[in-house]
Design a protein around this ligand. Structure first.
Ligand SMILES: Cc1cc2nc3c(=O)[nH]c(=O)nc-3n(C[C@H](O)[C@H](O)[C@H](O)COP(=O)(O)OP(=O)(O)OC[C@H]3O[C@@H](n4cnc5c(N)ncnc54)[C@H](O)[C@@H]3O)c2cc1C
Length: 390
């Protein structure tokens, strides 16, 4: 049996950011991850292009991860436009009237994961328990424990669940969650194209499909197609040439002919909201707390903000010689993170509700909502502030 101050389950981006944010506290940390050290060190391309807010970039800089990301992989997001069906109407978000040069920044997810791991791996007090799955976990007023697949046991003063939106640790802690499996899947696929995207991301709520294009460097974008899961599986299985033609046709040649340059990846969509973000000597971070729909690109941004928030409270308690797992500290984290997450989660749920419905009334509602939003500067301003600051 091994003892640590903090046990983190999951070395995804949220778990690693949290561990890194505790650097210099003198606390001992065990991060348990079912993947191997090698697959964290050289995280494979997974098709996700993460739109980071300015605040997230600042957090990654503070964590020493930003400078480890290859600048050639960093792409500016200058404007976002929303289209509905065949209507030319676009709701547009840009930086006009602000001193920002971009709305956000796009980075491949595997680059963020590699950079966070590289920043964390040699940190004093950090122990990676890799290739190990947590089979059981529990806490009481005195401490926390986890049991691993090989039968070994770790003990700590605080347990952190960073084990994805289908968190088994959340279940073991007896925390319920609202889980909504949407029956749709998102296919992400890097393409090159004839036209210039000019740094503009588009989200097109077409009839029967949602098609987003995220601008990468050069004449390259990430095509993001959302359809019922069985249809996506058929399209993702097409040979690259045929897939390029299918995407070109579905996007109405707006950027000319597309060529597929990386294998497509498919993500079944499910959104989750945990009823609590904390329990006795335990907290949930990242997707384990809030599993956002990717449409508003806020999952990791929120997860990172929460991880940094919790680590700051623990850092303060450790510096003052106080209990790092006190219920007061954990409730403060929970209250702050719920307050920050709820509006984004609810706004995203509203958008998802509007765009997944296909009946004529929903289509009309979508049209009216976008038209109203286009005319009401405070709505555009509110969304833009969310992108710029969150
Ligand atoms: C297509 C797509 C596009 C996205 N785009 C954006 C975007 O533009 N902006 C944005 O902010 N977010 C975006 N997101 C969301 C973002 O990718 C997630 O929020 C983020 O990856 C969650 O990180 P995490 O560390 O909480 O969880 P995960 O990445 O799911 O990591 C969990 C880790 O826990 C490990 N684990 C699980 N169970 C156990 C166990 N029992 N024992 C040991 N280890 C375990 C897993 O192996 C894994 O490594 C997108 C998501 C998708 C699918």
């Amino acid at each position: 049996m091994s003892k640590f101050d903090v046990i983190v389950v999951g070395a995804g981006p949220a778990g690693l950011a949290f561990a890194r944010a505790l650097a210099g506290t003198g606390l001992s940390l065990a991060v348990v991850e079912r993947q191997t050290r090698e697959s964290l060190e050289n995280a494979a391309f997974d098709g996700r292009e993460i739109a980071l807010t300015h605040r997230s970039v600042a957090h990654l800089r503070d964590l020493g991860a930003w400078d480890r990301i290859d600048p050639a992989e960093v792409a500016p997001l200058r404007e976002a436009r929303v289209f509905n069906g065949r209507s030319p109407l676009a709701l547009s978000f840009d930086t006009a009237g602000t001193d920002a040069d971009r709305l956000g920044t796009l980075i491949p997810n595997h680059c963020i994961r590699r950079a966070l791991f590289a920043a964390t791996k040699d940190q004093p007090g950090f122990t990676l328990v890799d290739g190990a799955t947590v089979k059981a976990a529990g806490t009481d007023r005195k401490g926390a424990w986890v049991e691993l697949s090989d039968g070994s046991r770790l003990e700590g003063r605080l347990l952190i669940a960073a084990d994805s939106r289908f968190s088994a640790i959340r279940d073991q802690l007896g925390i319920g969650a609202r889980i909504n499996r949407l029956g749709k899947s998102m296919m992400v696929c890097r393409v090159t194209h004839e036209g210039d995207h000019e740094g503009v991301a588009t989200e097109w709520f077409d009839h029967g499909q949602t098609f987003a294009m995220l601008p990468l460097n050069g004449h390259m974008s990430s095509a993001v197609l959302t359809l019922p899961s069985h249809e996506i599986d058929r399209i993702a299985a097409l040979p690259r040439d045929a897939l390029g033609q299918e995407l070109t046709r579905r996007y109405h040649r707006r950027l000319g002919a597309m060529q597929v340059v990386a294998d497509p990846q498919v993500y079944p969509l499910a959104v989750t909201w945990s009823r609590h973000f904390a329990a006795t000597r335990a907290a949930l971070i990242g997707d384990a707390a809030v599993g956002m729909h990717p449409v508003t690109a806020h999952g990791f941004n929120l997860g990172l903000a929460g991880a940094v928030r919790l680590a700051a409270l623990i850092r303060q308690a450790a510096a003052r010689g106080r209990d790092i797992g006190s219920s007061l500290l954990l409730r403060r984290y929970e209250a702050g993170h719920r307050l920050a997450s709820r509006p984004v989660y609810d706004a995203t749920a509203m958008i998802v509700g509007l765009y997944t419905a296909e009946d004529p009334a929903a289509r009309l509602a979508r049209h009216v909502t976008l038209k109203a939003a286009a005319r009401l500067p405070y709505i555009r301003h509110g969304v833009r502030q969310l992108l710029l600051q969150h």
